[in-house]
Design a protein around this ligand. Structure first.
Ligand code: C5P
Length: 228
């Protein structure tokens, strides 16, 4: 199977030396890419700026901004059977990037923010029937409701939700706990466990036979997984 994964944060430039970003370490996405490769799949990893060594046998496609990540995802989308969007993409970017460094003595800059591209929403119309898309949702409250809303609004087949209000989970942590909601109604709980273990389990639930659901895309993916 061909697996496309995104990981890490994006950076949105303010001026030549400043940017806004977030606390994503990239660990979860890198662990998913490594687990997919270890399971014998072909893997492409689109990575925002992170301080991680590439997973064995994978040369990350490196990007900086949300716009860069969208372009890289579009270039690799047709190739994949399974797409896991684990990157923490910026929601907003400064409307313009100052060409020269903003001077401190000029006082706090007034920045006009505009939405960064929503990658999952932008690519939803490009999705082929046999492809399976899984997003992530990091939430501090109303985990189930928010994750299921994003599953619908972003036209996903599944979404892996994690509660980032808990210590030792999610952002910057080596461990995680996920609840995976499928469009079919299936729900799978993973962890708490090391991100490497969560990644292996996540891949398994995304590609393993479903006990109850009837989503034809999941079935197709499972067949492909068995054959690869
Ligand atoms: O809306 P929210 O950022 O919580 O949604 C999370 C999911 O959407 C993640 O899979 C994330 O990678 C994706 N996302 C995206 N483009 C954005 C923001 C988030 O594809 N601009």
């Amino acid at each position: 199977m061909n697996v496309l994964v995104t990981a890490g944060p994006t950076r949105e430039a303010i001026d030549p030396v400043r940017y806004v970003s977030n606390r994503s370490s990239g660990r979860m996405g890198y662990a998913i890419a490594a687990a997919a490769r270890a399971a014998g799949h072909a893997v492409r990893l689109v990575s925002g700026p992170v301080a991680l060594a590439p997973p064995a046998g994978i040369r990350p496609i490196r990007v900086v901004s949300a716009a860069d990540m969208l372009a890289a995802v579009k270039r690799n989308l047709r190739w994949c059977d399974l797409f896991v969007m684990a990157a923490a993409v910026a929601d907003w970017r400064p409307r313009t990037v100052a060409r020269r460094k903003l001077k401190k003595r000029a006082g706090p800059p007034r920045i006009t923010w505009v939405p960064a591209p929503d990658i999952l929403q932008a690519i939803a119309p490009l999705k082929r029937k046999a492809q399976f898309f899984c997003g992530f949702a990091a939430e501090t409250h109303d985990l189930a409701r928010e994750a299921q809303r994003k599953l619908r609004e972003k036209h996903l087949d599944a979404i892996a939700a994690n509660d980032v209000s808990q210590k030792n989970r999610g952002f910057e942590s080596a461990s995680n706990a996920l609840t995976v909601y499928f469009a079919s109604g299936r729900v799978e709980r993973i962890g708490p466990a090391a991100k490497t273990q969560c990644a292996r389990r996540l891949l398994r639930v995304l590609t393993a036979p479903e006990k109850t659901g009837k989503n034809p895309r999941e079935k197709k993916l499972q067949k492909k997984s068995k054959n690869s």
